[in-house]
Write a protein that binds this ligand. Structure first.
Ligand code: SF4
Ligand code: SF4
Length: 223
């Protein structure tokens, strides 16, 4: 989720790359599951997250919807987010021990926390949100290890492409007539989330869909 904030107020003021060591270690969240509770619809999922859920739970998008996911509109574009339990008990994947039931294939948003990403010049850097995790005496961990995604370079390229494509579409959405916006939003949802990904190489499949969407976006904006 994009936020417009003063970096000096929410971070240690430093910018990091994936090889940097940052005070992230929290003893594997021993006894705490705060960031899996009362998060509303803020855990927005991207195509990689959906690919991982589909692959590991052997369910298609429609099957995930309702059970695990819900949809909401973010700046004119329909996006999926993780569902919370009705009784205020947090994320549907939080188990009785207060641990993540899908740790190995948890969404990128969950992997990142309490890091954030600062996007600039068609790229991004990481920053540490200092007020988010309440654990004290945190240990230094390399960001790449914290994220636990391999190959990280391909993942980071995808993250960047997705962010800027989304931004472009959201920007264009402001100028669109209602009917055109509905058509675009449906295309976006269908192409990047509903249409299943093969279980192997996500990045090749994403690249193909991304290039087509970029082309369409340029045509719509008359570039
Ligand atoms: S608040 Fe910190 S310690 Fe608690 S679950 Fe989140 S990251 Fe782990
Ligand atoms: S997917 Fe796992 S880490 Fe993410 S909010 Fe749910 S329980 Fe927490």
């Amino acid at each position: 989720m994009e936020r417009h904030v003063n970096m000096n107020e929410i971070s240690d003021g430093k910018k990091y790359k994936s090889n940097d060591m940052v005070k992230l270690g929290c003893n594997e969240c021993e006894g705490c599951s705060d960031c899996c509770r009362q998060v509303g619809n803020s855990i927005i999922l991207d195509p990689w997250d959906i690919f991982m859920l589909q692959k590991n739970l052997s369910k298609n998008f429609e099957e995930l919807l309702g059970e695990i996911l819900e949809l909401h509109v973010v700046d004119g574009v329909v996006l999926p987010n993780l569902k919370l339990r009705q009784n205020g008990e947090g994320c549907v994947f939080l188990n009785e021990e207060g641990r993540c039931g899908i740790h190995a294939f948890r969404p990128g948003f969950c992997r990142l926390f309490p890091l954030g990403r600062l996007y600039e010049n068609q790229s991004f850097v990481y920053f540490l949100q200092t007020g988010e995790c309440k654990k004290e005496r945190r240990t230094k961990v390399k960001i790449s290890k914290w994220l636990g995604v391999a190959p990280l370079a391909a993942y980071e390229k995808f993250i960047c492409q997705w962010h800027y494509l989304l931004k472009e579409i959201q920007q264009a959405a402001k100028e669109m007539e209602e009917q055109e916006l509905r058509k675009w939003s449906l295309y976006f949802l269908q192409e990047f989330f509903v249409r299943p990904y093969d279980t192997e190489d996500f990045y090749i499949q994403f690249e193909d869909r991304y290039q087509k969407a970029k082309e369409l976006s340029c045509n719509v904006q008359g570039k």
